[in-house]
Design a protein around this ligand. Sequence first.
Ligand SMILES: Nc1ncnc2c1ncn2[C@@H]1O[C@H](COP(=O)(O)OP(=O)(O)OP(=O)(O)O)[C@@H](O)[C@H]1O
Length: 251
Amino acid sequence: MSVLQSPSEARTVAARVVGATKLYGRGDSAVRALDDVSFEFPAGAFTAIMGPSGSGKSTLLHCLAGLDTLTSGQVCIGDTDVAKLSDGELTLLRRNRLGFIFQTYNLVPTLTAQENIVLPLRLGGRNADPEWLAQVVAAVGLADRLGHRPAELSGGQQQRVAAARALVTRPEIVFADEPTGALDSRSSGELLRFLRHAVDEYGQTIVMVTHDPVAASYADRVLFLRDGRVVSQMTEPTADRILDAMKGLGE
Ligand SMILES: Nc1ncnc2c1ncn2[C@@H]1O[C@H](COP(=O)(O)OP(=O)(O)OP(=O)(O)O)[C@@H](O)[C@H]1O
């Protein structure tokens, strides 16, 4: 399938890694950040990736999202083998089929909230679907703040603008790297409810790295890593069960 196309049929797997291995450095000083990781990320579901510091969470997310490359193994987004894409095709895949939310909001300071939200469409030369834009903006709860610039918004509001920006292109997958890391618990809750709503109402697929058991409890499934390997997974997670699992991993 062309990287320009959206999926024409419902998929059960949004992304998969097979035998994913990532080495940083060479020889004696090489670090095995990922060690033969295989996992399927279900479509229309919210998956959290957890594990102790240095367990490979960010490396896995970055390799899945085409921001970094594996040493060996395979990453597929839908049916697309990411390693087979040229740099230009990879850029198009990221722009047209993926959405990103980072710990730092990365909003453009001179643009209003509304302008930031529609920026990915502008960059892709596309017009906003007015109905979809209205839904995203309503769900994110920022209707009265759309004309404000980022500096006039709280951290939580800025992160919700960033989340709306990630969803506005209706990407196949939204990748979120510690999206609540800089937020207080109230703002975290608002962001996580928004993400949960996007999964439940629009069938959005979300993959999120987090250290926070409460944040991970919003997911449908939690994948636990240690030393670059998948050690377990949990469905229907609760914060208490996740905390116990993390203690078992030595966190
Ligand atoms: N660019 C790099 N060069 C060398 N080593 C790296 C690089 N990036 C990550 N690593 C190493 O790879 C391992 C996995 O790192 P990674 O950042 O994926 O872990 P993490 O689980 O996301 O950690 P944290 O929770 O602390 O963010 C660590 O040992 C880390 O030091």
